[in-house]
Ligand binder design. Structure first.
Ligand code: C5P
Length: 285
């Protein structure tokens, strides 16, 4: 029996716009997504000869068919026409849940990539991303990784020039966010400030980190910040420590800032980590 290791990187949204509600209840989005080095570890052991199992070192994570990693394995074996004869999946969890950091999605994507590698690449990256779309909206991006313009539900992807080297400080406040509820709120909200995607693409193309940071924009951020003043307090620390830009990631509740100075990242972590134990420094991947 061989055990395959695959890293599962967290994602942050550099931009996030909600364009319209669709007939199927989902929303068409436009978002520049970025993988960062905050990661879960995925270990896959096919051929155990026993019923499938999923082990996770963190409490409160479902360890059965409800877990996106499990669903990803199912769609992979169906699509590849393979029978693993038993599968053990082990997840070492570091990415906070209910954070807007794509934790469950990146685990699912890592399962797709890891199994595909183990079986000698029976599926293309494009096929893996299509399978990912059946598991969750953010999974196709997590299969691909990097700096990517995502549209539709997230399945239409265009890789962009990679984000210049920098440091992210990611902070997860305790309060959770219900993504479906937040989408319902945005349906009723007047969206005043939307991302300038042309400007963001131009800044990335020119590798101009400060311009990228000026153009960070997530339409969910004002909606959540209005209800949870805590986010503004965290952002005030980012600003005081000289970060170049900051905002909430995805549907929250994690917020992040970007800096090009390691000392600034360390100072921000030091100032926030006692109040927010889930504070991480990460790099673009
Ligand atoms: O696809 P996923 O399970 O990640 O989405 C969670 C929920 O977020 C969906 O059930 C839906 O309510 C909402 N959503 C949406 N439009 C998207 C992505 C998610 O309305 N593009």
């Amino acid at each position: 029996m061989t055990t395959v290791f695959e890293p599962a990187y967290a994602k942050v949204n550099l931009t996030l716009d909600v364009l319209r509600k669709r007939a199927d209840g989902y929303h068409d989005l436009k978002s520049v997504m970025q993988t960062v080095s905050l990661q879960d570890d995925i270990f896959l052991t096919p051929g155990t000869g026993k019923p499938w199992s999923l082990l996770c070192d963190k409490e409160g994570i479902p360890c059965d068919g409800r877990n996106l990693a499990w669903k990803a394995a199912q769609v992979f074996f169906d699509a590849a026409g393979l029978d693993p004869d038993g599968l053990e999946m082990r997840i070492v969890k570091r990415i906070p849940s209910q954070a807007g950091l794509g934790g469950g999605s990146s685990d699912a994507a890592a399962v797709l990539r890891g199994l595909n590698r183990h079986y000698g690449m029976p599926l293309t990256m494009e096929q893996l991303a299509d399978l990912g779309a059946q598991v969750g909206s953010d999974v196709p991006f997590c299969v691909l990784g990097g700096t990517v313009m995502c549209e539709g539900r997230g399945e239409r992807m265009r890789p962009l020039r990679p984000l210049p080297d920098c440091f992210f400080v990611v902070v997860k406040p305790e309060f959770p966010i219900s993504t479906p509820e937040l989408f319902r709120k945005i349906d009723d909200a007047d969206i005043v400030l939307r991302p300038d995607h042309e400007g963001m693409e131009d800044a990335l193309e020119r590798a101009a980190l400060s311009k990228v940071c000026e153009r960070l924009c997530n339409v969910f951020d004002p909606v959540v910040s209005q209800e949870h003043g805590e986010l503004d307090q965290i952002k005030a620390v980012f600003a005081r420590c000289g970060a170049l830009g900051w905002q909430m990631s995805g549907s929250g509740s994690a917020v992040y800032c970007i800096t090009n100075r390691q000392e600034a990242a360390e100072q921000i972590r030091q100032e926030l980590s006692s109040a927010y134990p889930q504070t991480f420094i990460a790099k673009p991947v």
